[in-house]
Design a protein around this ligand. Structure first.
Ligand code: SF4
Length: 366
């Protein structure tokens, strides 16, 4: 078995990423087979339970209130609505539901209690439940764990160096702190990033260093290709080449052999052949459903047709880890109010974010 190392350096990762493609593919596919069934792919459904109006300034995100995009915002979904969506996802072959809320951080109160109820409800449907709700304190992570959460997603997005060009409203260390808070529970960690935001290959390697040197490494790592949305500061970014995506997936697979590497946003821009190469390179998870929070994604039937062509089988739930038990709200052993989050705000602005904000203001004024 190849060992799982936690001391990868940027130079080593760059050497892996930049080697001739056929060599990279061969190495990645070999590592993949040591730890995973190459014909099984985990299918997750991403559900936006609260859309838009986010106070953060992530330069790629159409849900940031400060940019002017066509996003239709909505308040927090009801529990029965979420249950109905989860049942639909299950019937279509998903083993996991990932619920996303456009929040800076979780706030204790009725909305968080509602999310906890959603977690209990989906766990009882025998599906893996994941949440992506922004920053969480240790107490909130514990309450999510108690409700039966299987995974928590909090992406690093890019390298620590390039991060400052993408987001100014919170720091890299805040992200790592949330991941650390989740790690103190039995909830698995899902954390990855986005390529195609104007970063260098060194930044891609830097992000993989940050992820692979976590101990334990994240159980799941989504690799997204930027979907450049009009109205965001990144609207003019060129689409990511499939070769970059394949290299990124293969490198992630080699440095994090046990992790589920998830082919995430940007699949609508990829051919089936391109996606097949990503699966060969070690991707073993996808997001299903025609929307990824707010950006387009292939239709479920298209994905199932692709699976059939490639002989891929959707992974059953709880193959990697047992189903968590759900504790009902009245039996919770944690405080209803967690400690107050103390998140840093780096004192800098990002020029292209300011330009997008100004453009949004002007178009609203017309
Ligand atoms: S990525 Fe998340 S935190 Fe950032 S602006 Fe979008 S919804 Fe808000």
């Amino acid at each position: 078995m190849s060992e799982t190392r936690h001391n990868w350096t940027k130079e080593e990762i760059l050497d892996i990423y930049n080697q001739p493609l056929m060599e990279l593919l061969y190495q990645a596919a070999s590592v993949h087979r040591e730890y995973h069934d190459p014909n099984t792919v985990q299918v997750s459904t991403l559900l936006s339970i609260k859309t838009g109006g986010c106070p953060e300034d992530c330069g790629y995100c159409p849900q940031a209130a400060r940019y002017h995009t066509d996003i239709q915002g909505n308040d927090l979904m009801t529990v029965p609505h979420v249950k109905a969506q989860a049942l639909r996802a299950k019937a279509a072959g998903s083993s996991r539901v990932c619920m996303g809320a456009a929040w800076r951080n979780v706030k204790d109160g009725p909305e968080f209690d509602q999310v906890l109820e959603m977690v209990r409800t989906i766990n009882k449907l025998d599906m893996e439940v994941c949440c992506t709700l922004g920053m969480v304190t240790e107490n909130q992570a514990q309450r999510l764990a108690e409700a039966g959460l299987y995974a928590y997603n909090h992406n690093l997005d890019t390298s620590e160096e390039y991060y400052k060009e993408v987001i100014s409203t919170r720091g890299y260390e805040d992200r790592l702190e949330t991941i650390g808070n989740v790690r103190k529970t039995n909830v698995t960690v899902c954390s990855g990033g986005i390529i195609g935001m104007g970063e260098k290959v060194e930044d891609r390697a830097g992000m993989l260093v940050a992820l692979s040197t976590l101990n334990p490494q994240p159980e799941s790592v989504p690799i997204n290709a930027l979907v450049a949305v009009e109205g965001t500061p990144m609207e003019e970014q060129e689409p990511v080449e499939i070769w970059d995506m394949i290299r990124m997936v293969a490198t992630a697979r080699i440095v994090m052999p046990q992790t589920q590497v998830r082919l995430s946003a940007g699949r609508t821009q990829m051919s089936r052949e391109g996606q097949a190469m990503c699966f060969f390179a070690g991707a073993n998870s996808i997001f299903a459903g025609d929307k990824l929070l707010t950006t387009p994604n292939p239709d479920v039937n298209e994905d199932m047709a692709m699976f059939e062509k490639l002989g891929l089988i959707p992974q059953k739930p709880f193959v990697k880890k047992a189903q968590p038990e759900s504790v009902e709200a009245e039996f919770s052993k944690f405080d209803q109010t967690g400690e107050n989050p103390r998140w840093t705000r780096p004192g800098h602005t990002i020029e292209r974010n300011e330009v997008a904000k100004q453009k949004a203001k002007e178009s609203k004024a017309v």
